[in-house]
Design a protein around this ligand. Structure first.
Ligand SMILES: Cc1cc2nc3c(=O)[nH]c(=O)nc-3n(C[C@H](O)[C@H](O)[C@H](O)COP(=O)(O)OP(=O)(O)OC[C@H]3O[C@@H](n4cnc5c(N)ncnc54)[C@H](O)[C@@H]3O)c2cc1C
Length: 468
């Protein structure tokens, strides 16, 4: 079977590539191969079971049409300063231009017209003043909040648009290998996702890998097997903080999401806030290697009494060890082991007192934890000294920006690990050292968010439209 373009993975980067090709009337024969289901069939059983049942063969939160975007909070970051290193590859001006362009596409498919974080200038100034006093940088980033339920509606419309335009999407299908001959990409090998049988080879002169963080391990193997040029990426080790809305009220109202960066002593590593969810819910995502990782999201309508956000400490490795993904996995495994396979939660005050949190203590607090799966325990026994100290010092600094942030009842969940894929060495047209093999989105190591992944997809579509 022969196509013009094969896209592996139907996350935002993959689907925006197809979308741009269709919108620009490229007439290319496009195949998208996706391990998970179509968006209308994606269901996380936790809605009913209340606890994660570790779905097999894959987690419905990270897998299926629209990738990790479907059940995400759907916060589109509208600044080139947020969402990954793509601006270093294509230039910040171009990145911003295409964020604006891609944002318009989201609006066409029904995104809320409201943008958060652009009003209340005096109040933003005050937050910034406090941040500077605490040695933190407040990053300006307007946010368009889709909300989890709205994000699903928008991506369903995109899915139907692509299908109506004749894009072929193979769901429940895993790409197991790339077909590469003499340094040129020729196609992919695939199998049925559930039975792992019915191996098939499909050919195309253009193969686009857009497999997200979920596909990071697989892509690492592909890099080794086919000598795809890459370098070691960053790993973010962190916790998800949950706190009462009353404490977060000001930043929630003024900014919706406060993006703060610091370099706490003694290590001066980059530590930042990430993915803030006012009135949100702490969630769990499971990776194929049985790792339970904490995350968070918020709905447009359904609200909790709490705000959650991640605090992430960035780490790179070079000599003699350069496997940042492996490092992150080991940390996650250790935290999972202490939680007996579940997400661990600990009160900040207990960390200061050098003790674990007990379940009955958790039940007594003002902060009613929103992840019923979580189990009380001791994060400090599992998270290494360096990231743990970075996180604790950052929480202290945050207290100057948000009084009460470092309260004794503040909850810390772990592990929150961001396994950024190895960075694939690509040119400004996103082509790797293998001719015809392109790498996009979070799996390429160049993005880490919905908007930036979508932008990379749009630009990929434009590159392919230009080559006739
Ligand atoms: C719970 C959660 C909340 C989030 N909230 C936000 C947010 O509010 N704002 C934000 O900007 N970002 C958020 N993110 C991150 C965001 O979802 C990702 O950055 C974005 O989806 C990356 O897009 P992508 O196209 O690179 O990959 P993905 O969205 O990960 O999609 C990759 C797709 O490839 C498929 N795939 C993988 N391997 C294979 C294979 N071998 N064969 C076939 N298919 C394969 C996967 O099933 C998946 O569907 C969140 C992520 C999670 C998990």
């Amino acid at each position: 079977m022969m196509y013009d373009v094969i896209i592996v993975g139907a996350g935002p980067s993959g689907i925006f590539t197809a979308l741009e090709l269709v919108r620009q009337k490229s007439n290319k024969k496009i195949l998208i191969i996706e391990e998970g289901r179509s968006i209308d069939k994606r269901r996380c059983p936790k809605e009913k079971t209340k606890v994660c049942v570790s779905c097999k063969p894959y987690c419905h939160i990270t897998t299926g049409f629209s990738g990790a975007g479907a059940f995400s909070d759907g916060k589109l970051s509208l600044s080139y300063e947020v969402g990954g290193d793509l601006p270093n590859l294509i230039g910040s001006h171009k990145a911003q231009e295409y964020i604006n362009y891609t944002d318009k596409i989201y609006l066409e498919f029904g995104a809320d017209t409201k943008i958060e974080g652009i009003e209340n200038n005096e109040e933003i100034k005050e937050i910034r003043r406090n941040a500077i006093q605490a040695g933190l940088k407040l990053v300006d980033c307007p946010i368009r909040h889709l909300g989890t339920e709205k994000a699903q509606e928008i991506y369903l419309k995109i899915q139907n648009y692509l299908l109506d335009a004749g894009v072929n999407i193979k769901f429940d299908t895993v790409v197991t290998d790339l077909v590469i001959e003499d340094g040129i990409a020729k196609g992919v090998k695939l199998v049925d996702a559930s039975t792992k049988t019915e191996e098939e080879t499909i050919y195309a002169p253009t193969v686009i890998v857009a497999t997200g963080r979920k596909g990071a391990d697989w892509l690492k193997d592909m890099c080794t097997a086919h000598e795809i040029s890459h370098r070691s990426g960053t790993v973010d080790i962190g916790v998800r903080v949950e706190i009462r809305n009353e404490i977060m009220e000001k930043v929630n109202t003024v900014l919706y999401e406060s993006k703060l960066i610091g370099y706490p002593q003694p290590f001066n590593d980059k530590v930042r806030t990430f993915c803030q969810n006012p009135g949100g819910f702490v969630s769990q995502e499971n990776y194929d290697n049985n790792l339970a990782i904490v995350n968070g999201h918020s709905y447009k309508e359904k609200k909790s009494d709490n705000t959650n956000l991640a605090i992430l400490s960035s780490h790179n490795f070079a000599e003699p060890f350069d496997q940042s993904i492996e490092y992150g996995k080991q940390v996650a495994q250790l935290v999972n082991m202490l939680g007996n396979g579940r997400i661990l939660v600990q009160r900040y005050g207990d960390i200061l007192d050098g003790k674990r949190t007990w379940q009955h203590e958790l039940d007594q607090t003002n902060v009613k934890y929103t992840l019923p799966d979580a189990v009380a325990g001791d994060l400090t026994s599992a998270i290494p000294y360096r990231p743990m100290l970075n996180i604790l010092n950052f929480i202290q600094a945050m207290n100057t920006v948000v009084p009460g942030f470092a309260g004794r009842e503040t909850l810390l969940y772990g592990p929150e690990i961001k396994f950024y894929s190895n960075k694939i060495n690509i040119n400004d047209k996103f082509e790797s050292n293998i001719k015809g093999l392109y790498c996009l989105g979070d799996s390429s190591g160049w993005t880490r968010g919905l908007m930036m992944a979508s932008v990379m997809g749009v630009l990929m579509g434009k590159v392919l439209c230009e080559e006739k």
